[in-house]
Design a binder for this molecule. Structure first.
Ligand SMILES: Nc1nc2c(ncn2[C@@H]2O[C@H](COP(=O)(O)OP(=O)(O)OP(=O)(O)O)[C@@H](O)[C@H]2O)c(=O)[nH]1
Ligand SMILES: [Mg+2]
Length: 332
């Protein structure tokens, strides 16, 4: 008898197989079991899935005993991937997960009610030839805020604060969010101040995104938020339904990271324009050489550059500051 599984089952099954996190894997296994039509053709499948669920439950129990705590996993550290790490924060239902889903290949849960997201979810956002890591987070709210959220913000390169202008309490929610972050010594700023080593405060490069701008009730919302927060950080109206808004946002996020891309070229060969070396703005030819191999940096005599601010093939020394898009031939 054929199993007749719904199409969504196979998508979820792929996610289940790739998932490394035990508790998420358990959630997916339970969803898969629920999706299986209950008839003779799925008897074996159901039994297999039930046995996987019971194994996963045991693993979770032994894992929490081993670490001596009963809380869920530690989300304070999410390994960085790609050219930069950007965290999406905001009050409940403000559209964080929707934005992650539009900009990356991640498939977070999205729903029209608060507290849908329970754990951080990451996705990679392609921008031209680089990938940028986005982290969707559970909401910040007077009712409940996960403890690890401030730490995720401290570690990120850029913060996108999403506020939902369609929600009647959005200004109060935003005010609460800023107070919460202030208590945690975090200040969201368009142009972050210099962080003194002895100062506990962290000034994070941030943008406020006023979401759902396609809805008629959100007309004029950007101006309202601008009045309250415009001096602290840039306020941008967006809709996940607008391709133009999403494209503008991608460029903005890339620019916020303060990075440049350089392309390595071997003599008499074409450079690989799909594989840039990422450097912070101000990074030099020597820094680029170091990224490739320390011997290149130690033995560097000079470099030839092709780019926006040089003559083709101009000779420069190791202290030349790389401009985004420079093609560099290292001579040792
Ligand atoms: N019209 C419109 N609806 C949107 C937009 N962005 C999100 N939504 C809707 O807003 C609701 C909440 O979206 P989510 O992405 O789940 O919000 P969230 O901030 O992740 O919510 P929590 O996880 O509960 O904090 C869903 O019904 C979305 O479809 C938008 O740009 N326009
Ligand atoms: Mg969410």
């Amino acid at each position: 008898m054929p199993a007749n599984l719904p199409p969504h089952y196979y998508e979820l099954e792929r996610e289940f197989k790739a998932e490394k996190d035990t508790s998420r894997k358990l959630e997916l296994a339970q969803q898969l079991l629920a999706l299986m039509p209950k008839h003779k053709g799925t008897d074996k499948l159901q039994a297999d899935m039930k046995s996987k669920i019971s194994k996963l439950k045991k693993q979770l129990q032994s894992g929490s005993k081993k670490h001596g705590d009963t809380s869920k996993e530690d989300f304070t550290h999410i390994p960085r991937e790609g050219a930069g790490q950007v965290v999406l924060i905001g009050p409940p239902n403000s559209g964080k997960s929707s934005l992650l889903a539009e900009l990356t290949n991640a498939k977070p849960e999205i729903a029209d009610f608060p507290f849908t997201t329970h754990r951080p979810t990451t996705g990679m956002m392609p921008f031209e030839n680089v990938q940028i890591q986005l982290i969707d987070t559970p909401p910040i709210s007077p009712q409940h805020t996960e403890k690890y959220i401030p730490e995720l913000i401290r570690k990120a390169d850029t913060v996108l604060l999403l506020v939902d202008a369609a929600s009647p309490g959005s200004l109060e929610q935003t005010e609460h969010l800023f107070e919460f972050l202030k208590e945690k010594n975090i200040s969201l700023e368009g142009n972050p101040r210099y962080e003194h080593p002895e100062d506990k405060r962290r000034f994070k490069k941030s943008y406020m995104l006023v979401t759902k701008s396609d809805l008629p009730e959100c007309e004029g919302a950007v101006d309202v938020f601008e009045e309250f927060y415009g001096e602290m950080l840039p306020i941008i109206g967006i809709s996940v339904k607008s391709e133009e808004d999403l494209a503008t946002l991608k460029r903005l996020v890339f620019d916020s990271l303060g990075i440049v891309r350089a392309y390595c070229k071997e003599r008499s060969k074409e450079p690989d324009m799909d594989d840039p070396v990422i450097l912070p703005i101000g990074g030099t030819v020597e820094d680029m050489a170091l990224e490739i191999h320390k011997d290149f940096a130690y033995n560097l005599k000079y470099a030839r550059i092709w780019g926006r601010e040089v003559h083709d093939g101009q000779m420069v020394s190791g202290d030349y500051q790389v401009v985004d898009g420079d093609i560099i031939e290292l001579h040792i």
